[in-house]
Design a protein around this ligand. Structure first.
Ligand code: GRF
Length: 197
């Protein structure tokens, strides 16, 4: 299973996937990392792990819609089977969505369909969960379509919110779960219990 990971910032989810591939927990390889942010730690992590990494953005391509063709080119060049969006803040273009139908997944740090959509990323998500007084939050993995956070939900993990949680403490807690949960999810993809399109 050849995986491409897209990430805009820190890339700790990316790191969890790289580590699982390297230590044999996951029978897969991360073949390419794509980021819209040239300063992202994700690109640094890819570089350290000797993984082909690419900065593709409106800046490098002239405008946002021009990023679609080079992204698809890279995925095809590396014969990618599955694309995992791990903290990637851009939409995926139409050509890539078509060619990788049902094979692009996103991880979201809350229980969709609540607390998702445009602008719902990073600390905003956890602040909204705390503000609403939820006693449970979680992690969602869904297939990616043309809308933010709206594709078919394929896996969810519930995580308790305690009364003393702040957006920051909840973010930390959720992210720790994500690192384990996404590896379990990818194992299910590799063993065929979650089908690719
Ligand atoms: C994670 O919380 C993920 O759910 C969301 O973006 C965050 C990425 O974290 N989509 P990191 O950059 O992998 O540390």
């Amino acid at each position: 299973m050849k995986i491409a990971v897209f990430a805009s910032h820190n890339g700790s989810d990316l790191q969890a996937i790289i580590d699982a591939c390297q230590n044999g927990m996951l029978n897969a390889t991360v073949e390419a990392v794509i980021s819209n942010n040239s300063d992202s730690k994700a690109l640094e992590r890819a570089h350290k792990a000797n993984i082909s990494s690419y900065h593709i953005s409106a800046k490098t391509c002239g405008n946002e819609s021009n990023t679609d063709a080079p992204i698809l080119y890279i995925l095809q060049k590396h014969q990618i089977d599955l694309v995992f969006l791990a903290g990637y803040l851009k939409k995926i273009g139409d050509q890539t969505l078509r060619q990788y139908h049902n094979r692009i997944f996103n991880i979201h740090p809350a229980l969709l369909p609540k607390y998702g959509g445009k602008g719902m990323y990073g600390m905003q998500v956890h602040a909204a969960v705390i503000h609403a007084g939820e006693s449970t939050s979680g992690v969602t993995i869904h297939r990616v379509n043309e809308e933010y956070d709206a594709g078919e939900i394929v896996a969810q993990k519930m995580i308790p919110v305690s009364k003393s949680d702040t957006p920051e403490s909840l973010a930390k807690k959720v992210l720790q779960y994500e690192h384990l949960f996404l590896v379990d999810f990818l194992k299910d993809i590799v063993n065929g219990s979650i089908p690719l399109g």
